[in-house]
Design a protein. Structure first.
Lengths: 194, 168
């Protein structure tokens, strides 16, 4: 009996101790509704560096474990989606210094996001985070490279076990959705971008 | 404050189910067959490929793939399948009996092909993500293609509605 208990404890430690679990913070794009906003008739771009796109982040999950994700790569579909909700055309900019690309595509503004995340869990027994925060500090630059607009939005997401057992990334995706919906509202309200 | 007792019980059940349990049967008559590329999607259609990554985690468990409320494929580790749907919103769900464990909402993509990868691992994650075509082509040459013999089987609910409510 003692041996069985030892093996069980060892197995739990081996399987569950201090791991980092991959999650995905991309929100379902159907949840990023345009909300009846009239589109602005401009071509805009966004820029995410290749270093940022491959950047992996770890933050706390439950039970002493961590979660890991790619905040820029996984936020890119949400950023592109909200910009597409607001502007007539959206292009990805290969480099902020590529003035030829920007002018030949008639890009009016380039949006450059800086994304920060954090997470936590109330649970000692399950690893998915029950609380997640996504902060997007986003600036828009004109073709000359001057910053014409900037904002910082935060989205929070919570998820309980009964919910996240059907989507382990749920709190993160809710936080990401909330952050990008707020970003959409801020851009929509910005007179500088009209 | 969350009540941890039911969470602990659920955690134990899921861990045991995922790690130990085999498949209960072959309800949908899944079989490996030689892969043949589907016809390109028509202007009103979307072709959806679904791959399940290789791995030992829950390897004995079959992952049912559900399109809204219809079972369209069953995947074991290192296999893939495809199906064609009318363009529109499709909640693609990965289901380990008795629960859905992952999902991806395919939005209208007329005339396009969408490639989805099901991650099933303790550290590599438990989620579905979209893949680029080049990565999918590589996996096609490494993975086995499966089809189900029983088509049109219904899930116990419409998961499009379910996940809509989850994200309300």
């Amino acid at each position: 009996m003692y041996s069985i208990a030892r093996i069980a404890v060892f197995a739990v430690v081996l399987v569950g101790g201090g791991c980092a679990h991959q999650i995905n913070i991309t929100p379902p794009l159907n949840t990023l509704d345009a909300g009846g906003v009239a589109k602005i008739d401009k071509v805009v771009g966004y820029y995410i560096s290749s270093a940022d796109r491959s950047k992996e982040v770890e933050s706390p999950g439950g039970g002493g474990d961590k979660v890991k994700y790619l905040p820029y790569r996984e936020s890119e579909p949400a950023l592109k989606h909200v910009l597409s909700n607001l502007f007539s055309k959206v292009v990805e900019i290969p480099s902020l210094d590529d003035k030829g690309f920007i002018s030949s595509n008639n890009v009016a503004y380039v949006f450059v996001p800086v994304i920060a995340t954090d997470s936590a869990s109330d649970s000692a027994f399950t690893w998915p985070p029950t609380r997640f925060t996504v902060t997007v500090d986003c600036r828009a630059v004109d073709p000359a490279g001057a910053t014409v607009w900037q904002t910082k939005v935060t989205g929070q997401g919570n998820a309980e076990f009964s919910e996240f057992r059907h989507d382990m990334s749920l709190s993160a995706r809710r936080a990401s959705r909330n952050a990008f919906l707020r970003l959409q509202q801020e851009i929509s309200a910005a007179k500088e971008l009209r | 404050m969350l009540n941890r007792r039911p969470m602990r019980a659920w955690g134990t059940i899921i861990a045991l189910a995922a790690l130990l349990a085999g498949c209960g049967g072959d309800t949908y008559l899944v079989k490996e067959v030689p892969y043949a590329a589907p016809r390109p999607p028509g202007p009103q259609d979307t072709v959806i490929y679904v791959f399940r990554e290789q791995g030992d985690f829950a390897a004995a468990r079959k992952l049912a793939i559900i399109d809204n409320d219809t079972i369209v494929a069953v995947l074991t580790p290192g296999t893939f399948s495809h199906f064609t749907v009318p363009s529109g919103e499709h909640e693609i769900v990965g289901y380990f009996s008795p629960s859905p464990v992952m999902h991806y909402r395919v939005t209208p993509a007329s005339g396009k092909t969408v490639y989805l990868l099901c991650r099933v691992g303790y550290t590599s994650g438990m989620f579905m993500e979209v893949m680029q075509e080049a990565q999918a082509k590589t996996l096609m040459s490494q993975f086995k293609y499966t089809e189900i013999g029983v088509k049109g089987g219904k899930a116990n609910m419409n998961y499009k509605d379910y996940y809509d409510r989850l994200y309300k």
